[in-house]
Design a protein around this ligand. Sequence first.
Ligand code: ADP
Ligand code: MG
Length: 259
Amino acid sequence: MTISLFVDNISKAFGGNQVLKSVTFSLQKGEILGLLGPNGSGKSTLLNAISGFTAIDSGTITAGAERIDKMPPHRIIRAGIARTFQLPAMPAKMTVMEVVMAAGTRHHGIWNGLFSLPSGRRAERKDHMKATGLLDTLLLTKVRDMPAAALSGGQKKLLGIACALMGDPDILMLDEPMAGVHPTLRQELVATLQTLSGNGISLVIIEHDMHFITSLCERCIVLDRGHIVASCHPDDLSKNQEVLDAYLGGASRALKEAV
Ligand code: ADP
Ligand code: MG
């Protein structure tokens, strides 16, 4: 197994609030890793740390052979790590197609467009075909000419995934991708993510929908107040006392003692 990401002993505080505490985990190539934990446990902050949106206080993050923990977000994207946002905001004046096209920058540098018009056009045609295919896969073709800001919350999530995939990432991190997504689209999304994993893309998925997690993940890690308290198969979560405590606090222990 090849490790695609190694998060080693990272910590992060906002003022006096210690949000990540010595977090360590690795991600294998092609693995789909669930990232669970109650609200406020530090999941989004962990994604922000890996993607360079939040500077960490200590520890290291390595992707392939490259240290990425001091890199700005745009270099981390170029290193092959893409992410989506828990609450995606979309520009009011751009259509869905324009938003996806604007994200397609990993393979064609500025020189391509400036000095070589025919190949610039070829690159643009290629991007356009790729964007069309991704909108089709994520069932957004019928809204491709609508303003992106007018989409439903769930459609914005799918558009965020399309944008992330335009850059051909090696690692894709999704922050609550199912929230607001229509139930009929969920199965499609599961299939799409399984295909990506089959193609060697590693996925980190923050999600509260346990059905989604169990149908996708072989392993999940659980954060509780900044600590990883479990790393196990999703089927074993309900037997794990630390996981129950994380979600139910003292109530779970009191309940156990009462019965
Ligand atoms: P989760 O995604 O697990 O719900 P978050 O990572 O969003 O949790 O938040 C964890 C904690 O970090 C919360 O207490 C939150 O208020 C705090 N936090 C997150 N981002 C910031 C920030 N930019 N500034 C200050 N506190 C933050
Ligand atoms: Mg969050």
